[in-house]
Each structure stands twice: as C-alpha cells, then as structure tokens.
Write a protein of this length. Structure first.
Length: 171
C-alpha cells in the first residue's frame, strides 16, 4: 500500500470520528428540539435554533477533544471564532430548510418538523464537515514532511558552510 491508501485511511478515520460526534450531536439536537417543542409554546423554528445551539456546543467539545484532537491547537481563539462562524452558517442552512417547510409549505406536524429538521441537519453537516476540516481544525504537517524539510535545510546549511565566500581563498 502506497501513500495514497494511507491518506485514504486517515480520511476514512476522520470521517468516522466526525460521524460519531455528529451522530451524537444529531441525537442531542433532535432530543432538545422535541423537548422544547413539547414542553413550551415556542414556534418550531425557535425551538430548532435552541436545539441547534445546544448541539453546536456539544459538537465543539467532541470535535476538539476526539475527532480533531491531533490537530493544531496553537490558535484556540481563532479556532473557536471560525467554528462559531461556520456553525452559524450551518445553523442558517439547517433552520432555513425547516423554515421553508413550515412557513413556506405549511408542513408543521411533529413528524413533518422532524423530517425537515433532519434534512436540514444533513445538508448543513456536509457544509460543516468541509469547513471544519478546511478552516477550523487544520492538520499539522505530516511527520515525514517535517523530517524531509529539516533534512533539506540541513543540507542547504552544509553547502553554505562548505562554499567559500567571494574574496576568500580556498586552502
């Protein structure tokens, strides 16, 4: 197996971990949504926004300490800011689908609300996966690349030291 299959394996593990955290976040999201919907008189989209915010907090903890625990941790403020920004876009996608179904088509039964909430979560999840891995939880350079770069720098230093400077005589 070459380098390509190793990268594919890493991507598969990442997708599996993202899916595990996302699946748990989905359960949190739907549970909070249905609890708020049944225990309060809040409109459906407001109940969904509350549930999404709770799931975002849950997911950040899962992504940072499980899925992407090996990723760069040097800029936590920037990471959290980007996470919240992309999560907010995901929230708009997710709840936009529910809003369109509820207020655009009048589909407001508990079953319909859950179906369109789930559909919105699915669409938003694809966006979140791309944005989190591309912008928020950036990969650290592979150890092989670091070793290769260090050896190139060492070789360049050796050549620089071995080469006489202009005006110097070589013994």
């Amino acid at each position: 197996m070459g380098r390509g299959s190793s990268g594919l394996r890493r991507l598969f593990r990442e997708v599996a971990k993202f899916g595990a955290v996302g699946g748990a976040g989905l359960l949190v999201n739907l549970a909070v949504f249905n609890l708020v919907r049944h225990l309060t008189e809040l409109p459906v989209v407001r109940a969904s926004v509350i549930a999404t915010v709770v799931a975002i907090v849950f997911n950040y903890i899962g992504f940072r300490y499980f899925t992407y625990r090996d990723r760069d941790k040097s800029g936590r403020t920037k990471e959290l800011t980007l996470f919240l920004l992309f999560s907010a876009v995901g929230l708009v996608i997710e709840n936009g689908v529910l809003y369109a179904a509820t207020y655009g088509f009048g589909w407001d039964s508990p079953l319909q609300s859950n179906v369109f909430k789930f559909l919105g979560i699915g669409i938003a999840t694809a966006f979140r996966f791309w944005s989190y891995r591309s912008w928020v939880f950036k990969a650290l350079p592979a150890p092989e690349l670091v070793a290769s770069a260090e050896s190139l720098l060492e070789e360049a230093d050796r050549k620089r030291v071995a080469r006489p400077r202009s005006g110097q005589r070589v013994p």
